[in-house]
Design a protein around this ligand. Sequence first.
Ligand SMILES: *Cc1c(COP(=O)(O)O)cnc(C)c1O
Length: 395
Amino acid sequence: MTSPTDFLDEELAALREQGLYNTIRHLEGPQGASLSIGGRSVLNFCSNNYLGLANDPRMVAAATAALERYGVGPGAVRTIAGTMTIHDELEQRLAAFKGVEAAISLQSGFTANLGTIAALVGEGDAVVSDELNHASIVDGVRLTKASRSIYRHADVDDLARALGEARDAGARRVLVITDGVFSMDGDLAPLDRIVETAEAHGAMTMVDDAHGEGVLGRGGRGIVDHFGLHGRVDVEVGTMSKAFGAVGGYVAGSARLIEWLSQRARPFLFSSAVTPPDVAACIAAVGILEQSTDLVDRLWANAARFKEAMRGAGFDLGHSETPITPVMLGDVALARELSRRLFDEEGVFAQAIGFPTVPRGKARIRVMVSAAHSPTDLDRAAEAFARVGASLGVV
Ligand SMILES: *Cc1c(COP(=O)(O)O)cnc(C)c1O
């Protein structure tokens, strides 16, 4: 008997053959510097939990209190069921933290990108996007009828070319979009020069600060603060699922932008809001960052310590400018083997990443350093890398 879904077996087999099949580890407890996997404790270098907030007792207490006051669910989309005051509070706190007029909370960073791009540009307009932008930006661009052009990664001259072409083609509105921090290499968009170039062409600028907030800028205020560009970046998209330790997305900007998104962003209009305990945890995270820069400072100190140890051991760390630490290996089979042996022999969980997430021949292990790691954790991990790396002839 054949079934119309038989192709799924073939496609899955093809993924396995090409080495593209994702195997997911099962965690038996919370996110933290170490994880419980298969009854074993392993050091964790895979999460975006930059500040260790995912299991912070202050976050848990805030979520618990909100659960008791507001319950578990938002009821329906906010435009229909009404919005809980806790969502309003998060938006006000985020706007103040980011130094903008207003913010709007969405379900995730992914939906924030999906909703925002199509609300800002349509037929007759143009989007100009960095070639390495996140999948949610790529998909967001697919949802608009605007014309699109891709510029070479972080290349401002190529951006200027694409902007000139958009104008020559008679585009009405033009939107430049870039990730702030590129998550596979840990490098920064040259946002100051991108903004200048966009301004010179009368284009809007949108930055996705998912890996920058809680990491870059004063006290983790993000990439716009890092470059001192307040008031010059039209749209900031963010996530609450990385440094902020919870879940949810948001857009920050002018009051009129946020008002427009509350009328026109489709994920806002057609998908329910994040739950009250999530929102309370997000508010607590903003409060923790406003109170002290300790966690952000520790994150950077930890990243510096780990990178120094790894460079000392002879590893190539690419061109990272952030705590994202790619250990460049080139060959995907080698990256997988190093990752597997680190896990099995050394109790160090660090994921190998290959094509299509990164270009062919640029496979790596991406090490995510966190403020939650102790100096001993970092030294142990670097020693484990050196041992396994030496036995594989990498260093
Ligand atoms: C992680 C990430 C997202 C998605 O954020 P979620 O809140 O997890 O949906 C969007 N953009 C970039 C650049 C990211 O790194």
